[in-house]
Design a protein around this ligand. Structure first.
Ligand SMILES: Cc1cc2nc3c(=O)[nH]c(=O)nc-3n(C[C@H](O)[C@H](O)[C@H](O)COP(=O)(O)OP(=O)(O)OC[C@H]3O[C@@H](n4cnc5c(N)ncnc54)[C@H](O)[C@@H]3O)c2cc1C
Length: 495
C-alpha cells in the first residue's frame, strides 16, 4: 500500500459542517475530488444517519458507545441520589455521562474534575448523529457583520434546504399550540413577527408517526450513492496539516484499524473537526494565530420541569426566540420524556421541560489550551478548557432562573419540589468562538470565507467559527457559514 495519496480537497471531520462544505463544493464544482476523514467509526449502514434511525435497544446502544471515543463502555444511568440532588437545583455527576458523547478536555488539575464539560462525539456524522435537530434562525445581532442581510438570508435558506428543515413540523399538536398561544400572549408583544413565540423549526420529519431527525446523510444525499469523486474514510484521524509558506500541501493521517500512517496530498484542507478539536489540529500543525482556541463561549443553561394543568404532555417543541440585549435567551419548551424525568414521575399530569440558553460575555481568556507533552486517545495534543463566567453572566443566569419560573407559572407550575437547575458549563454542546471569523488577523482565526489568516487554502468550519454573542442553537448558522466558506474555496480552486 502506498504511503502517499491525493485528493483535491481533504475535509477533516464528517459532522454537519464538514458535510455542508462537501455538498456546497460538489454543487459548485461537480468533478472535484473530495476526501472526507472521520476519526470515529461508521454507526450503521447509512453513513451519517441519526442514531434514532437505529432501532432502540442493543443496536442503538452499541452505536452510542461506538461514538464515545476513548470511553467505549455504557455509562451508569443516573441513580436516585443524583436525581434528588438535581431536583434540589444542584449539579449531579450524571450530567457528565451523556450516551453517545465523551468529555474531550482534561480534568481540572486543581479539583480533579472537569470544571467545563467539553463534550464531543467521534463517529461518522459527528454530533449530527445525536443532535435534537432544532434549527431556529439567528437574530440579526447573532450573525457576523461581515455579511449583509440579503446575503445571510440566502445562506440561511440554502442551509435550511441542505438540512431539510421543516418550520412547522409540530403544527397540529394541540397541547403545544395552546402553550404557544398562552406564552405568545405574555411574551410576543413588541417582537418582530418572525421572532414571536412559535413552534421550533426542525431538521427532522415524521415517518410513520415517529420523529426522524436528519443526520448528515440528508446533507450529503446523492454523494453517498453515486459519486465516485467523493470518498468518506471513517476511523482515520487527521494528525497534522503540512504547509510551506502560505500553502497547505498535505494532511498526515492515522488509520486506527490498520495502524497505518500516511499523507494525502491536496489542493485545499477544510478543518471541520468541532470547536475543540479544530483548534487542536491547527495547533498540532504549527498553525497558531493568537486567537486560536480563545474567545470560547457556550450557551450556559437553566432548566426546569413543569407540571401542566391537563393530563397529557405535548409531543413537539416550541421556541421563544433570542432578541439580543432585551432578551438574551433562546428558550425551548417541549413535552418531558423519560430522560427528563427518570424517577418519581407523576402519572396524572402532563409534564413539560423549559430550557433556557443564555448568551454570555466573550473573553479571550476563556479558551482551549494544549499540552504538547501529553496526547489524547487519537495521538493529538491533550486539550484543556479554561472558562469562567463574568458578573454579567451571573446576572444573566439569575434572570434566566426567574424566567423559567415565570414561564412555569404561565403554563402550569414548577413540578412540586423542583428548582431551576444549571448543568455544568459546556452542557449546551454549542461551543463557539475558538476559530472565530473576523476582519482582523489580530483577534480572529479566519476571514469571512472561514479561510485561516495567512494561508491560501486552509478553511475552518463549525460552531467555533461564530464570532458573535448568541443564544440561538448554532448549527443552522454554522452550516450557513460553511456554505459561504465553500463558495470562497470554490472560487479559489476554480481560479
Ligand atoms: C444531544 C445533542 C443535541 C443537540 N441539539 C442541537 C439542536 O437542537 N440544534 C443545534 O443547532 N445544535 C444541536 N446540537 C449541536 C450540533 O450537533 C452541533 O452544532 C453540530 O453537530 C456541529 O457540527 P460540526 O460539523 O461542526 O461538528 P461535529 O458534529 O461535532 O463533528 C465533528 C467531527 O469531526 C471529527 N474529528 C475531530 N477531530 C478530527 C480529526 N483530527 N480527524 C478526523 N476527524 C476529526 C469528530 O470525530 C466529529 O465526528 C446538539 C448536539 C447534541 C450532541
Amino acid at each position: 500500500v502506498s504511503d502517499r495519496e491525493r485528493a483535491d480537497v481533504v475535509i477533516v471531520g464528517s459532522g454537519p459542517t464538514g458535510a455542508a462544505y462537501a455538498r456546497a463544493l460538489r454543487n459548485l464544482l461537480p468533478y472535484l475530488d473530495i476526501l472526507m476523514l472521520e476519526a470515529g467509526p461508521l454507526l450503521g449502514p447509512r453513513p451519517g444517519a441519526h442514531v434514532s434511525a437505529i432501532p432502540e435497544g442493543t443496536f442503538r446502544q452499541a452505536a452510542e458507545i461506538a461514538s464515545q471515543g476513548p470511553l467505549a463502555k455504557a455509562y451508569d444511568p443516573i441513580d436516585h441520589d443524583e436525581w434528588r440532588g438535581r431536583v434540589a437545583g444542584g449539579v449531579d455527576a450524571s450530567l457528565r455521562r451523556r450516551p453517545g458523547l465523551f468529555i474531550a478536555n482534561a480534568a481540572d488539575a486543581a479539583t480533579g474534575t472537569e470544571a467545563f464539560a467539553g463534550f464531543a462525539a467521534a463517529n461518522v456524522g459527528g454530533m449530527g448523529a445525536h443532535w435534537s435537530g432544532g434549527c431556529p434562525r439567528p437574530a440579526r445581532s447573532e450573525y457576523p457583520d461581515l455579511f449583509g442581510d440579503a446575503e445571510m438570508a440566502d445562506l440561511l435558506a440554502e442551509a435550511e434546504t441542505m438540512l431539510s428543515v421543516q418550520p412547522e413540523l409540530f403544527a397540529g399538536d394541540s397541547r403545544l399550540e395552546t402553550m404557544i398561544d398562552t406564552l405568545g400572549a405574555a411574551f410576543s408583544a413588541g417582537r418582530p413577527p418572525q421572532r414571536s413565540v412559535r413552534t421550533m423549526p426542525m431538521a427532522a420529519s415524521m415517518v410513520d408517526g415517529q420523529l426522524h431527525t436528519h443526520g448528515t446523510e440528508i446533507i450529503l444525499g446523492s454523494m453517498l450513492v453515486d459519486d465516485p469523486s467523493f470518498r468518506l474514510r471513517p476511523g482515520t484521524t487527521g494528525l497534522r496539516i503540512r504547509h510551506e509558506g502560505d500553502r497547505a500541501s498535505a494532511v498526515e493521517v492515522h488509520e486506527r484499524l490498520s495502524d497505518r500512517r500516511y499523507s494525502i496530498d491536496c489542493a485545499a484542507v477544510v478543518v471541520a473537526a468541532d470547536a475543540l478539536h479544530g483548534p487542536q489540529l491547527l495547533h498540532a500543525s504549527g498553525l497558531r494565530p493568537w486567537a486560536l482556541g480563545r474567545h470560547l463561549n457556550e450557551h450556559f443553561q437553566v432548566s426546569l420541569l413543569v407540571e401542566l394543568d391537563g393530563t397529557a404532555s405535548p409531543k413537539g417543541m416550541m421556541w421563544m426566540p433570542y432578541l439580543g440585549a432585551d432578551f438574551p435567551f433562546s428558550v425551548t419548551i417541549g413535552g418531558a420524556n423519560q430522560g427528563h424525568m427518570p424517577f418519581d414521575r407523576p402519572t396524572d399530569r402532563g409534564l413539560a421541560f423549559v430550557s433556557v440558553f443564555c448568551a454570555g460575555d466573550i473573553l479571550p481568556e476563556n479558551r482551549v489550551t494544549f499540552d504538547d507533552a501529553k496526547t489524547d486517545w487519537r495521538g493529538l495534543p491533550q486539550l484543556s478548557v479554561q472558562m469562567h463566567l463574568t458578573d454579567k453572566d451571573q446576572q444573566t443566569l439569575a434572570a434566566a432562573r426567574a424566567l423559567t419560573r415565570e414561564i412555569a407559572h404561565i403554563i402550569g407550575r414548577p413540578l412540586p419540589g423542583h428548582t431551576p437547575f444549571s448543568p455544568p458549563l459546556g452542557s449546551s454542546l454549542h461551543y463557539q468562538g475558538s476559530l472565530r471569523m473576523g476582519s482582523d488577523d489580530r483577534d480572529s482565526v479566519s476571514n469571512r470565507d472561514s479561510r485561516v489568516w495567512g494561508l491560501r487554502n486552509v478553511h475552518v468550519a463549525g460552531n467555533g467559527v461564530i464570532p458573535t454573542a448568541t443564544g440561538t442553537n448554532p448549527t443552522l448558522m454554522s452550516v450557513s457559514l460553511a456554505i459561504a466558506g465553500a463558495r470562497g474555496l470554490a472560487r479559489h480552486l476554480a481560479g
